[in-house]
Design a protein. Structure first.
Length: 258
């Protein structure tokens, strides 16, 4: 990218005799909206599916769609050969469905906030892989905790939790990382030990886990039915993002620790 040529300090346009001299580089304000294509595509998909369910599908079609593409632990206590292939794709497709507009809006905001730095860092292809793996990890822990329960889980919260865990490895913290971002560079990936040694990261993780423990204990949450929130999927996603982000990160450097 080339910067616009500046006017040298000893040169001013003839029609602007009192114009202020500028240096060789002109500072450009960052764009107000700078969401990567991968995040825009993800938002478009989850919003588009919700619109179809809400305004175009019949009640019977909606019920089939939710059962076929939502995640349910009860599938895995029955022989897989006697079922549809929903047991195979539902650990991923559930993350694209949402049960209400409030659910969709809340997840969309957090997806934009935490997905943007991660997607910008790893690129669209790795982001898709990260989404798939983290949704499976979130579903896996949910299945273990709720083995055989005929519940139905939908929503991108597990993936968003993984994005939060991933962000803890590079997006928070000290002045060195902030300076790297200001210069247009990606900050170095922290090891697990380095991330846990950062006060900002520790506080974020503690608050995040306390919030999910509160949900697990059934404490009331503002604007949500805590009984319907899959706190275990949140934890499964966060652990995947925090401990395994280095497998997806093209900027990782040699370091000690995970």
């Amino acid at each position: 990218m080339q910067d616009d040529a500046g006017v040298r300090g000893d040169e001013r346009p003839a029609d602007e005799p009192f114009a202020e001299a500028r240096g060789p580089e002109t500072f450009r304000e960052p764009p107000i909206f700078n969401v990567p294509t991968g995040i825009l595509a993800a938002l478009g998909i989850i919003c588009g599916i919700y619109v179809l369910q809400e305004f175009f599908f019949s009640p019977s079609t909606n019920e089939w769609f939710a059962v076929e593409f939502g995640f349910s632990p009860v599938r895995y206590i029955y022989p897989l050969g006697e079922q549809t292939l929903a047991w195979l794709w539902s650990p991923v497709t559930y993350s694209l469905l949402h049960g209400s507009f409030e659910h969709l809006a809340f997840n969309s905001l957090w997806l934009a906030a935490f997905g943007t730095p991660v997607c910008r860092r790893i690129g669209e292809t790795r982001f898709v892989l990260f989404w798939i793996v983290s949704s499976v990890a979130a579903a896996a822990l949910h299945a273990v905790v709720n083995w055989g329960v005929p519940s139905l889980m939908v929503g991108a919260s597990g993936v968003i939790s993984a994005l939060m865990g991933a962000a803890c490895r590079f997006a928070f913290g000290d002045r060195q990382r902030s300076f790297a971002r200001l210069r247009g560079r990606e900050p170095p990936l922290l090891s697990v030990g380095q991330a846990l040694g950062d006060r900002t990261v520790r506080v974020f993780i503690i608050v995040w886990f306390l919030g999910n423990v509160a949900i697990a204990l059934g404490l009331p949450m503002v604007g949500a039915d805590s009984a319907a929130i899959a706190w275990d999927a949140h934890i499964g996603g966060f652990l995947l993002g925090f401990f395994c982000f280095s497998f997806f990160d093209p900027y990782k450097k040699a370091h000690t620790g995970a």
